[in-house]
Design a protein around this ligand. Structure first.
Ligand SMILES: Cc1cc2nc3c(=O)[nH]c(=O)nc-3n(C[C@H](O)[C@H](O)[C@H](O)COP(=O)(O)OP(=O)(O)OC[C@H]3O[C@@H](n4cnc5c(N)ncnc54)[C@H](O)[C@@H]3O)c2cc1C
Length: 408
């Protein structure tokens, strides 16, 4: 039988980890990993944290050492935009050059920042943060300190960037349309904890208002809020969420619904095409519905799961969503799904004021999500609680003397 070719589009965490798993599982065919960026695959979390702060060298973010690809016979084609997939011919077409035939195809095309479409949006000094290059440019703008920085959007990236900007000694204003930051990610209760944290570190947090436009002659000089206020700005960072990069899948005629639709084995409706990472809207057995997760851990684990499915193994990808962040003195890990309106209450174990606690989101008396703040080595226990789907006694849940393992 001729050797098979597996093509992966998207040379980032999900794609690179899929290539690694294919080799680990003994796949001896050809692997072609194609990516638009010129940097070899790297992880993005440091881009709004230690890399942005100049505390982490560039090379520490890479998924593999530079020689790994050659050693493992993975054909890494960087700076290569895949323009078209011809599913009938089983070929992917780069923007320029020859098509590449595939037996199985993985789409790991990730997501891109949502753009702010308001007057003045193209002025100099307005930054988005997705790539290593973006982070390096933003670092140059923040590092001198003493500048007026306005962050549009109080989501994870906005808040992490605000923390970094403060650490460099800049004046920072965050403009957020919801009543609390992180509304969609954690709801208002825990959002308030982050609001207090940032205000405590001198951030001017303007809630309940969006960005209506920017002033400036060439270079941005002020941000106009939906409330009509003008906030002077030397540097603006826009962090208003991301959109899945589904263009290629749409062109290929695959089903797309806020992400590339895949089953629990990360396979699309075409048995030879798979999707993983930020771009995949995957059926999740635990939740009984499709979810799309824009988290590092989902790329780390989803890429390998898709690789195993590509090899014909039985795969049921049912990882509980997991996220982490560091801002100032607050480090946390979060497991589960929080959808405002779908939970009944949030309860706490530990010292909320002292920022050493675990928050639990409860629906129908069951834990649906947990966030451990400056409390470590509990993720497994928190995830076991979520997975058990058992009703818990809130008094015991909030009592630090009761082991979490007794509750699941
Ligand atoms: C600044 C920042 C900080 C973050 N911090 C955290 C964090 O603290 N914790 C956490 O859990 N998550 C964090 N995330 C999210 C996490 O990085 C993402 O979930 C992860 O990068 C998703 O990986 P991916 O491989 O699915 O997609 P991506 O990393 O988006 O990579 C997709 C790749 O595909 C390429 N591509 C797209 N279309 C094509 C095409 N047609 N042809 C060729 N190539 C293409 C893109 O250029 C890109 O390189 C952060 C993200 C950012 C941007």
């Amino acid at each position: 039988m001729p050797e098979e070719t597996f093509v992966i589009v998207g040379a980032s965490l999900a794609g690179a980890k899929a290539a690694e798993t294919l080799r680990e599982e003994g796949f001896q065919g050809r692997i072609v990993l194609m990516g638009e960026e010129i940097e070899r695959p790297y992880e993005r979390p440091p881009l709004s944290k230690d890399f942005l702060l100049g505390k982490q060298p560039r090379d520490k973010a890479h998924v593999h050492p530079a020689d790994w690809y050659e050693k493992n016979e993975v054909e890494l084609r960087l700076g290569t935009v895949v323009a078209r997939v011809d599913r009938d011919a089983h070929q992917v077409w780069p923007e320029s050059g020859e098509p590449v035939g595939y037996d199985r195809l993985l789409l790991a095309t990730g997501s891109s920042p949502r753009q702010l479409d308001v007057p003045g949006a193209k002025l100099q000094g307005i930054h988005y943060l997705r790539s290593m290059g973006d982070s390096a440019k933003l670092r140059e703008a923040l590092a001198p300190g003493g500048r007026r920085v306005v962050v549009a959007g109080g989501g994870w990236i906005g808040l992490e960037t605000a923390a970094a900007a403060r650490e460099y000694g800049n004046d920072v204003t965050v403009i957020e349309p919801e009543a609390t930051p992180l509304h969609a990610a954690v709801g208002p209760e825990v959002g308030k904890i982050y609001a207090d944290l940032h205000r405590g570190h001198g951030v001017d947090l303007r809630l309940d208002q969006g960005v209506a436009g920017f002033w400036g002659a060439g270079q941005v000089s002020a941000v106009v809020t939906s409330g009509g206020a003008e906030v002077p700005a030397d540097v603006v960072v826009v962090g208003i969420g991301a959109r899945p990069n589904t263009g290629l899948a749409e062109q290929a005629g695959l089903e797309v619904d806020d992400g590339i639709v895949v089953d629990q084995s990360l396979r699309t409706s075409d048995p030879d095409v798979f999707a993983a990472g930020d771009v995949a809207a995957a059926y999740h057995p635990l939740y009984g519905r499709r979810i799309r997760v824009e988290h590092w851990a989902n790329a780390l684990n989803g890429g390998p799961a898709a690789a195993r499915a590509m090899l014909g193994q039985a795969v049921s990808y049912d990882r509980i969503p997991y996220f982490f962040t560091d801002q100032y003195e607050l480090g946390m890990e979060m497991s589960g799904l929080v959808v405002p309106g779908e939970y009944d209450e949030v309860v706490y174990r530990g010292d909320v004021k002292g920022l050493e606690f675990i928050a639990f989101w409860l629906a129908g008396g069951r834990v649906t999500a947990g966030m451990n703040v400056n409390v470590w080595d509990v993720t497994g226990d928190v995830q076991a609680l979520i997975r058990s789907d058992r009703q818990v006694d809130t008094a015991r849940l909030t009592d630090p003397k009761v082991a979490l393992t007794e509750l699941s």
